[in-house]
Design a protein around this ligand. Structure first.
Ligand SMILES: Nc1nc2c(c(=O)[nH]1)N[C@@H](CN(C=O)c1ccc(C(=O)N[C@@H](CCC(=O)O)C(=O)O)cc1)CN2
Length: 279
C-alpha cells in the first residue's frame, strides 16, 4: 500500500480552511529565511502558498547569507514583540556561521510553530501539550489516518537528528511503540531494521534502505529529500522495497506534504492559543 501523503495533506488543508473560516480565526505566520539556498526558498514559498490556501496570513523576512547572528536575533525579537504575529519559523538549515541554537532559542516558545524551541522539546519529552515538530507530527498523522497500529509495535528510526529522528522517536514512544533509534555508528543496521514493524528513515542518504533491510509487511516511512542527478529521491530504494513493504511513503508525495499540512495545523492551534497535540 502506498501512503499518499500528498492526497491526505490536501484533505487536511481543506478541513483546516473550513475550521479557520467557521471559527473566524485570522492567524498570521512569519517565516524567516537567511541566505539563498534554492531548496529552502522553495519550501518557504510552498509554506506561503499553503497559508494562502487555508486562510492564514503570512509575512516573510529574507536576510542575506552574510547576515550576523545578532541581526537574526534582533529581527526575531521584533517578531516576538509584534502582537499581530501568531507564529514564527526560521527556515533550516541556516548558513554556516549563524548560531542556529541561539536563533531557535530566541523565538518566543508560544509562537514556535516548528516546536523546535528547547522548552517545546521539553514539553514533547515529558508528554506535555505543545506544538510538535512538523515532520514527525505529519508522520504520526499518516500512520493514524491509514490505521497503522503503533501500540506494542517495534519502531526503528534511522537518523538521530534533533528536528526529525529524536522527536519521531518520542512521539512513537508516547504512542506505545517500542523504539530503537539507529545512527551512523550503529552496528548491524540491517539486522535491526529487519525487526521493525514501522521503519522511519531520516538519514538523508539516497538509497540507504534496501530490500534486504526490510521484513515482509513492514511499514516504511521515508523522510529523505536527496537530490541525485537533479532528481528528488528518498532514503529508500523505492522500487525494490515497495515489493516487500506492507505500506510505504513515496518521495515526492509522502512525508513532505504532511510537513506543510502540520505546519498549518500548528499555526492555527497557536492562534487558538491551545496546543493540544499530544501524540
Ligand atoms: N524550519 C524548518 N526547516 C525545515 C523543516 C521544517 O519542518 N522546519 N523541514 C525541512 C524542509 N521542509 C520544510 O521546511 C520541507 C521539505 C519537503 C517538503 C515537500 O513537500 N516536498 C515535496 C517535494 C518538493 C519538491 O518538488 O522538491 C514532497 O516530498 O512531495 C515540504 C517541506 C528542512 N527544513
Amino acid at each position: 500500500m502506498i501512503l499518499d501523503g500528498k492526497g491526505l495533506a490536501a484533505r487536511r488543508l481543506e478541513l483546516l480552511k473550513e475550521d479557520i473560516l467557521e471559527e473566524k480565526l485570522s492567524p498570521t505566520l512569519a517565516t524567516v529565511i537567511v541566505g539563498d539556498d534554492p531548496a529552502s526558498h522553495m519550501y518557504v514559498r510552498m509554506k506561503h502558498r499553503a497559508c494562502e490556501q487555508v486562510g492564514i496570513n503570512s509575512v516573510n523576512v529574507t536576510l542575506p547569507a552574510d547576515t550576523t547572528t545578532k541581526t537574526v536575533l534582533d529581527r526575531i525579537r521584533q517578531l516576538n514583540e509584534d502582537p499581530d504575529i501568531d507564529g514564527i519559523l526560521v527556515q533550516l538549515p541556516l548558513p554556516e556561521g549563524i548560531d542556529t541554537e541561539s536563533v531557535i532559542a530566541s523565538i518566543n516558545p508560544e509562537k514556535d510553530v516548528d516546536g523546535f524551541h528547547p522548552l517545546n522539546m521539553g514539553r514533547l519529552m515529558t508528554g506535555l501539550p505543545g506544538p510538535r515538530p512538523c515532520t514527525p507530527k505529519g508522520i504520526m498523522t499518516l500512520l493514524s489516518e491509514y490505521n497503522i497500529p503503533t501500540s506494542g509495535k517495534r519502531a526503528v528510526i534511522v537518523g538521530r537528528s534533533v528536528d526529525v529522528g529524536r522527536p519521531i522517536g518520542l512521539l512513537l514512544l508516547h504512542a506505545d511503540a517500542t523504539v530503537t533509534i539507529c545512527h551512523s555508528k550503529t552496528e548491524n543496521l540491517a539486522e535491526i531494521t529487519r525487526q521493525a514493524d514501522i521503519l522511519v528513515s531520516a538519514a538523508g542518504r539516497a538509497g540507504i534502505i534496501t530490500a534486504d533491510m526490510v521484513k515482509p509487511g513492514e511499514s516504511v516511512i521515508d523522510v529523505g529529500t536527496n537530490q541525485v542527478n537533479g532528481k528528488l529521491c528518498g532514503d529508500v530504494s523505492f522500487s525494490e522495497v515497495e515489493k516487500i513493504a506492507g505500506a510505504i511513503t513515496p518521495v515526492p508525495g509522502g512525508v513532505g506534504p504532511m510537513t506543510i499540512a502540520s505546519l498549518m495545523e500548528n499555526t492555527a492551534d497557536i492562534a487558538r492559543n491551545r496546543c493540544v497535540h499530544f501524540m
